[in-house]
Design a protein around this ligand. Sequence first.
Ligand SMILES: *Cc1c(COP(=O)(O)O)cnc(C)c1O
Length: 227
Amino acid sequence: MPDAPFDCAAARADVLARIARAARAAGREPADVTLVAVSKQQPWEPVAQVLAAGQTIFGENRVQEVQGRWTDHRDGVELRLIGPLQTNKAKDAVAFFDVIETLDRERLAKALADEIQAQGKALRLYVQVNTGEEPQKAGALPDAADAFIALCRATYGLEIEGLMCIPPADEPPGPHFALLAKIAARNGLSRLSMGMSGDFETAVRFGATSVRVGSALFGARAPGIRL
Ligand SMILES: *Cc1c(COP(=O)(O)O)cnc(C)c1O
């Protein structure tokens, strides 16, 4: 017998309830935690179900592929880029996204600053920090984060909204969330994008203001599906 179809609207209600419970348990307001639905590599149908359920904020990880599928659904939707950004795609990314969460190096800061000016666009930016110092992972190293944030602000005139991290898959995430919160606090930043399907409740406990949830909302991503 085939599996019953995954009910994305019910999954969203469940994730929202879990966020609210984790927030209250930490003495926080549920409304202070934003759910970002990570729709990368999902076919359109489940994304449409989550949209219909009232979700307005979505995360995607590739610039080019998302333009086609979101262009006709852009009204009232906030799109966040949560994947690595090459400088040669900065123009498209600035034009299409509302938030870029993966600012992590000077060349990209310069490219984004140039495009923000050229397009006259208000873009919200998060600096990604490689809290686990993993060589294969993007993000400013924790020791270099303060200087990088200062560079973005002073040299490139960029307003930074917050910090983002993706903890190593094989370590408890708590210490990484705590480190991100500490770096944010000493740089006067109050927004933290942290927590995914497996650890968003822990992230809320450590102060996440947005959680990026994919598979818990949409079911597992089919490995072969590339939009
Ligand atoms: C894919 C992805 C997510 C969502 O992961 P799930 O485990 O499916 O919730 C969150 N953040 C980033 C940066 C991702 O690439």
